[in-house]
Write a new protein. Structure first.
Length: 311
């Protein structure tokens, strides 16, 4: 899950998939389908209370097939989004392909992509579905969204290597909120003016991105980088002011100072961001309504005992 905050406290709460079901390596046993479905409905109810804005579809969200995922989506007060997932029979998109949300006058376009590479040819999860090529769909989405938006976000379920590739080859995407790989990007890279976000898997962290939009240009920098340069610049200035250092050494430090000042000058007029990964721990208090629903589910569906090991 990623929380995006603007400078005026406007918030978007987004997720890039693998939210609803655990990873099933084999087809789900019939006696587990009902419980898994009810658990997915509970998750959606919880995120309704949390004020989710959108969910991108991941491969594990299809663990019980398209029909149950469609049924689950009806429980949500927020859109399920997938730009390249289509019903095989009708040829229509399975969910919304994109949507635009306005926050404090800023029009934000959001779309989502799922990688077909996460499915083998006989994978039952994609039964009745067509997954269109992500690159072609992304280019079409950007072309469609650019005239009517100020900012474009991709909810990517492509994996981190493909996220990097997209940042390099598909211009016009301001943020790629990635998933599936589940890596820790505490200091997100900026590649060709695209910010790449990703947080560890299994719901262990929530990512919070704070944006300060200073100009209409699509260039960004990580405020952590600026702060590090400023600290280094202050340290160099203190060294130069030292009466004990030889003049030749001070001359080297002055060159270093000029280098830091030039780097800091490049940030002027650019949009800045900061990113925080917050660990979700057992010490955190449950939201009361969510806690009640979880306890009711546990009482209704006791945890299945683990099978005894084979001898």
């Amino acid at each position: 899950m990623q929380e995006l905050r603007g400078s005026l406290k406007d918030i978007l709460v987004l997720d890039s998939g693998d939210l609803l079901f655990k990873k099933f390596r084999v087809p789900v046993p019939g006696n587990e389908v009902k419980t898994a479905t009810e658990k997915a409905h509970l998750i959606v109810e919880a995120f309704n209370l949390m004020g989710y804005d959108a969910l991108g579809i991941g491969d594990d969200d299809l663990s019980l097939g398209k029909d149950i995922l469609l049924e689950t989506s009806k429980k949500a007060n927020f859109p399920f989004v997938s730009s390249n997932l289509f019903d095989e029979e009708s040829g229509k998109p399975l969910f919304q392909t994109h949507f635009v949300k306005e926050l404090n006058g800023l029009r934000i376009g959001i779309f989502s992509l799922l990688s077909p590479d996460f499915f083998n040819p006989t994978d039952p999860r994609k039964k009745g579905l067509t997954i269109k090529p992500p690159t072609e769909v992304a280019q079409n989405m950007v072309r469609e969204l650019q005239p009517k938006t100020d900012f474009i976000i991709l909810l990517s379920h492509l994996g981190y290597p493909r996220d990097v590739e997209f940042a390099q080859t598909v211009p016009g995407i301001h943020i790629i909120l990635g998933s599936h790989t589940g890596i820790n990007l505490a200091n997100p890279p900026v590649i060709k003016n695209t910010i790449l976000l990703q947080s560890p898997s299994k719901g262990m962290y929530v990512g919070r991105l704070d944006l300060s939009l200073i100009s209409h240009e699509s260039s960004f920098y990580n405020i952590t980088t600026k702060q590090s340069l400023e600290r280094n610049l202050n340290n160099i200035k203190k060294r130069i002011a030292s009466a004990n250092a030889p003049e030749a050494e001070k001359a080297q430090w002055r060159m270093t100072q000029e280098g830091f000042e030039k780097q800091l000058q490049q940030f002027k007029g650019k949009n800045e961001f900061s990113n925080t990964l917050l660990p979700l721990t057992e010490q955190m208090k449950d939201q009361p309504d969510v806690g009640k629903r979880v306890e009711a589910f546990k009482a209704k569906v006791p945890e299945t005992a683990k099978p005894a090991p084979h001898k």
